[in-house]
Design a protein around this ligand. Structure first.
Ligand SMILES: [Zn+2]
Length: 281
């Protein structure tokens, strides 16, 4: 599933390639995941220009010149692809934005969990972000260690790994970067927040920020079928510390990495560097 670095990569590429470009027309080929309706999207986007591209948590925001924003959640397999006008959409292309300069923008989604939502740009905060209760953005300068500590220590009985996945605590972190942050901090994913020392908490914070920044620099992790605007894979997977590396040597101590289930998600960790909580021994 695309997480913060993957959505941010797409946002940056779209910002560079599409700001100021006109949408001539819109073809909806599968409209069940468009809200309030496919017809509303066609009406709002046809004839509009892309004004800017934003991101909140894992949501991609395409701001149009006419006061509307197309909010996209890519979920498991959603993607945007920039194509030449002559190229033929696939069976997974749900929306085609016909652009100027003989190009088109496809929204594709094999598993159909992703969605597009049309929202007035001025109402985004109120109708969407506040309602979703998103926590701070980890790449924002205001996301300091103090802020992080405040977010997590308010829930001392929660296990650290599922808490990192909680979008209300920190926005945009998913399974990959939560595992990376715990490994970096030498903290077992099942440790409760209340059991973590100041140093361990700082390690989780530093690890999360480092892992996210490194991945953004390398255009994201294509550990599943994530592709960028040009259909290319991100370059971060070979650099991941633990995610999807079970059975391979820990990059710190050489021990064989393991995978376990924590709050019904796969968690990758080093059994030597990341000691289990005392009660679980
Ligand atoms: Zn290790």
């Amino acid at each position: 599933m695309p997480e913060l670095p993957e959505v941010e990569t797409l946002r940056r590429q779209m910002e560079k390639a599409l700001v100021g470009r006109s949408v001539k027309s819109v073809d909806v080929r599968f409209g069940r995941k468009i809200f309030p309706s496919a017809a509303a999207l066609v009406r709002a986007a046809s004839g509009a220009k892309f004004k800017a591209f934003g991101r909140r948590a894992k949501l991609l925001l395409a701001h149009l010149s006419n006061g509307w924003t197309i909010v996209t959640h890519l979920k498991m397999t959603g993607s945007y692809l920039l194509k030449k006008e002559r190229e033929t959409p696939t069976k997974h292309t749900h929306v085609v934005f016909h652009l100027d300069k003989k190009e088109q923008l496809w929204f594709e989604d094999v598993r159909k969990f992703g969605f597009l939502k049309l929202v007035k740009t001025a109402d985004l905060e109120k109708v969407l972000f506040e309602k979703e209760g998103y926590g701070p953005e980890p790449l924002d300068p205001s996301f300091t260690f103090k802020r992080f500590k405040m977010c997590v220590t308010a829930r001392p009985h929660k296990k650290i790994k599922p808490l990192l996945l909680d979008q209300g605590c920190i926005a945009g972190i998913g399974n990959i970067y939560a595992d990376e942050a715990c490994w970096y901090a030498k903290v077992h994913p099942e440790r409760t927040v209340g059991s973590l020392s100041e140093k361990e908490l700082k390690g989780v914070y530093d690890g999360a920020v480092k892992a996210l920044c490194a991945s953004v620099k390398r255009l994201g992790s294509s550990s599943d079928n994530y592709r960028d605007l040009y259909g290319e894979k991100g370059g971060n997977v070979p650099h991941l510390w633990v995610y999807n590396r079970e059975g391979k040597p820990c990059r710190r101590c050489g021990a064989s990495l393991k995978k376990m289930w924590v709050a019904s998600r796969g968690a990758h960790y080093c059994p030597v560097c990341q000691k289990p909580p005392r009660s679980a021994k």
